[in-house]
Design a protein. Structure first.
Length: 199
């Protein structure tokens, strides 16, 4: 009895297999090369091993903040613009929650309220965000040196590093972020999907 039921199932699967094998190919697309896949894999893990070569200082970052138009969105002093607050005072909230003078960007849900320098568990989260998403409309145009410099500038202005400290692939992951103990890094291996909230 069981054999009678199995025979139709095998026949159906066999017909489907033949159909799949004979389905047309349209000559569209191709398998990406290993080099192309590596170029797309731009994730930076909590340890920062994927950070590229380069370097930058706060002084260099201050010049870039003006010349790259950051102040136009974030305000001359890193706050008060239409974009999220980047440089805060002792009164600026460090946990999510609207600060005084909630910005249009926050109301639109572009970025959680508060300071990235205080909310990000790792300094490389800041580096990665600037690298991928800034400046608006010209994303991906900053060099690694420029991204290190802008990150150093924001870290210095938020009292997390000294003004003369050089940020690079070795020093950036060592920056002690205020929120690090409250957001321990997830288990993560390069090339695997990351948990939401860890770019």
């Amino acid at each position: 009895m069981a054999m009678r039921r199995a025979v139709p199932l095998v026949m159906i699967l066999g017909v489907c297999h033949i159909g799949w094998a004979q389905s047309p190919t349209y000559g569209v697309g191709r398998t990406p090369t290993a080099e192309e896949i590596r170029a797309w894999d731009i994730s930076i893990g909590p340890a920062g091993k994927e950070l590229p070569p380069g370097r930058g200082t706060s002084k260099e970052g201050a010049q870039l903040f003006r010349s790259k138009g950051c102040a136009g969105c974030h305000g001359v002093n890193g706050s008060g613009g239409l974009a999220p607050i980047l440089i805060g005072s002792k009164d600026t909230p460090t946990a999510p929650g609207p600060p005084p003078g909630k910005t249009v960007a926050m109301e639109m849900g572009i970025m959680p309220p508060g300071l990235m320098a205080n909310n990000a568990p790792h300094a490389q989260v800041m580096w990665d965000y600037i690298n991928r998403g800034m400046p608006i409309g010209k994303e991906g145009t900053l060099t690694a040196n420029e991204v290190y410099s802008l990150t150093a500038f924001l870290l210095f202005k938020n009292n997390l590093i000294r003004e003369d400290e050089v940020m690079d692939a070795q020093s950036l992951p060592k920056v002690k972020m205020p929120n690090r103990e409250f957001a321990p890094p997830p288990e993560w291996k390069h090339g695997t999907p990351q948990l939401q909230g860890y770019p």
